[in-house]
Write a protein that binds this ligand. Sequence first.
Ligand SMILES: NC(=O)c1ccc[n+]([C@@H]2O[C@H](COP(=O)([O-])OP(=O)(O)OC[C@H]3O[C@@H](n4cnc5c(N)ncnc54)[C@H](OP(=O)(O)O)[C@@H]3O)[C@@H](O)[C@H]2O)c1
Length: 252
Amino acid sequence: MRVIVTASTKGIGYGISKVLLENGNEVVISGHNGENLANALNNLKNYGKVYGIISDLRNINDVRNLIDKSVNILKGLDAVVYVAPPPKPGNFESTPIEMWDDAVKSLLLSAVWVTKFSLPYIKESKGSYVYLSSFAIKEPQENLILSNVVRISLAGLTRSLSKELGKYGIKVNMIMPGWIETERVEEVVNSRAKSEGKSSEDIKKEIEKGIPLKRMAKPEEIGELVNFLIAKNTYISGASIPFDGGLLNSVF
Ligand SMILES: NC(=O)c1ccc[n+]([C@@H]2O[C@H](COP(=O)([O-])OP(=O)(O)OC[C@H]3O[C@@H](n4cnc5c(N)ncnc54)[C@H](OP(=O)(O)O)[C@@H]3O)[C@@H](O)[C@H]2O)c1
């Protein structure tokens, strides 16, 4: 299948792209930093047919260009996997008002733009959308006010689109990751270690102790789920799936 994965030069998006390539899909990866994109392409080319396009998800023209160029390269489109740029941490009081505009573009409007511009092609292929959000949309997390508040809209988008687009054979799902081992999480762990005067290993152990499965997941593990969700014969649509090792406390 022909797939676009956004924000995929590193971390979760990269891991998903790797697994999709290993499973015989053609993948366009993207990010807003040229050097990161070149490095990712260099590594991923060992796994299959991969292409790269520079695209800042906060810029509507970049997003339009990403879709147009991808469709041109792939000669159509079967699935879009939307990963958002990481939001800035902070609580309500410490977050300047201007950062809200940026967060809405990064975490919500970019998903709307990606979907709007790709829809004609996804309709043609009876394809699918997978949005990556965060477990924080179900249970707000400390110091992540932008993520807690803005990302929840993706749940509404997922359910609304699954209803509206199902008649075209299009599936729409969302994955809510918990702790996934990426560079960004390493930074979070290191900064917590510094502020609490502990080692990074101890902080990681503390976090893992609180996860029922007692470990963080690898980005590639999310890739396996995405590969399943986008398969033509998968019957799941409109679902918001936790990928958190049992971390969430709520029943629904
Ligand atoms: N890791 C976790 O445990 C976890 C849990 C829940 C949710 N999430 C969410 O999942 C997403 C990915 O997280 P991650 O841990 O994989 O982060 P990461 O390792 O830091 O990777 C972030 C990716 O986003 C790209 N990116 C950053 N700014 C961008 C922009 N303006 N436009 C397009 N691409 C951009 C980066 O590439 P360039 O810098 O090259 O552009 C990179 O490929 C984030 O939204 C994060 O909040 C992560």
